[in-house]
Design a protein around this ligand. Structure first.
Ligand code: PSV
Ligand code: MN
Length: 385
């Protein structure tokens, strides 16, 4: 930390605990690959246990006050009861994620399907999710489509695009007040020839076609290797179109790895864009940060706390950047100085500062260590017995 100025330290201490991140209900249950689903003995077995686990992550980290739900994986016939249950555990319900990929009817697509009856079924499910938002107090419908094709000639791109926008418009017009729809993109998987919302441009076009209650959601795992994600983030912020973020990490594809595990420098650079935008009075943003990870080989709560810690480390480093000096170096065309300004913050060990910020917030300075030694972990280990 030798190289951080006192102003940089102050900025970190003042802001780092303000970043809130939702955790995903699906990150707490047993998961797998497309080859096998491993039974994690510590994983949540019921919806209530998923809420309990999300609440435990919040208890130790202090910055994860909401749990995102996936419907119908998390379906219940008592939404007010579930909302109350979450509140009794100190958290709230976050983004509602519809599921338009686990029915035979969706073989040829959901909202893009050539069959109007299938499209109507998909729209009904989305409307059901809007109702769940209201019942649980969640303002966000987080939409990801598995729609796409595997073979040339299989379908018509333009017909699908029209069906997609027509279907989503029916859902969009039902939104009220603060409610928003976030449109997520993914370049591949489960379809590999084409994906209907394949990149940030398509997602943003759709969101703009829908209206101001629609924005784009960036998932870190959904790009081609080598894509400059921080540039996409900067552009979306500038356009007022960045609505949500799914944190994870990847080596090759949508690997669902722990955020910041493979590419912490990329995560830092993305946070730099977010922090710069926060400093810019011309940029109005309302970004919902979510973790979208389903570790199949790590204990769930442990892995989630580790992810949150990695996010905070990247964010703290981005807060520590001297952006005035960076701008000056840029305006002088001084490439080396500009890069070194970023490196000074990136190479700093911000963990002691984070520990201080957590203590100031009344938390244990080391969330993961504290959890690993806790009775909360023993409860999860005992689930298997
Ligand atoms: C799809 O790969 C995705 O990123 C979407 O966000 C889904 O909602 C989530 O993963 C879980 O399937
Ligand atoms: Mn995602």
């Amino acid at each position: 930390m030798l190289n951080l100025s006192s102003e940089a330290r102050e900025r970190v201490l003042k802001n780092v605990m303000k970043l809130e991140v939702e955790t995903p209900s699906w990150g707490y249950s047993s998961g797998g690959t497309r080859f096998f689903v491993y039974d994690d003995p510590t994983a949540a077995r019921t919806l209530e246990e998923k809420i309990d686990d999300a609440a435990v992550v919040h208890k130790y980290t202090g910055i994860t006050p909401a749990v995102a739900l996936h419907i119908p994986w998390d379906k219940t016939d008592d939404w007010p009861g579930l909302k109350q249950y979450a509140e009794s555990k100190g958290i709230r319900i976050g983004a509602i994620n519809p599921n338009l990929f686990q029915k035979n009817e969706y073989l040829h697509g959901s909202v893009t399907n050539y069959d109007p009856a299938v499209r109507a079924q998909a729209v009904d499910h989305l409307l059901e999710c809007v109702q769940i938002m209201r019942d649980t107090g969640s303002p966000v419908l987080s939409l990801w489509l598995a729609d796409g094709t595997n073979y040339p000639g299989q379908s018509d791109f333009r017909r699908r695009k029209k069906n997609l926008i027509d279907s989503l418009s029916k859902v969009y017009k039902e939104l009220q007040g603060e409610e928003r729809i976030l449109v997520e993109y993914k370049m591949f998987e489960p379809a590999f020839y084409h994906t209907d919302i394949g990149d940030w441009g398509m997602a943003t076009f759709i969101a703009q076609a829908l209206g101001e209650r629609a924005q784009t959601l960036v998932d870190l795992g959904h790009h081609a290797l080598g894509t400059n994600i921080e540039q996409i983030v900067a552009w979306l912020l500038d356009m007022g179109m960045l609505g949500g973020f799914h944190f994870n990490s990847k080596k090759y594809a949508d690997d669902d790895l722990t955020t910041g595990s493979v590419n912490p420098h990329e995560l830092f650079l993305i946070f730099c864009e977010l922090v710069k935008a926060d400093r810019d009075p011309e940029i109005q943003s309302n970004v919902v940060y979510m973790i979208d990870q389903a570790h199949f080989d790590k204990p769930k709560v442990d892995g989630m706390i580790q992810s949150v810690q990695n996010i905070q480390i990247a964010y703290a480093k981005a807060l520590a950047v001297d952006y005035d000096a960076l701008e000056e170096a840029q305006m002088n065309g001084d490439i080396i100085a500009a890069e070194e300004i970023l490196n000074t913050a990136y190479n700093a060990d911000v963990r002691p500062l984070l520990a201080e910020a957590r203590e100031q917030a009344g938390l244990d300075p080391s969330p993961l260590e504290a959890y690993l030694k806790s009775a909360d972990r023993e409860i999860r280990v005992a689930r298997s017995k």
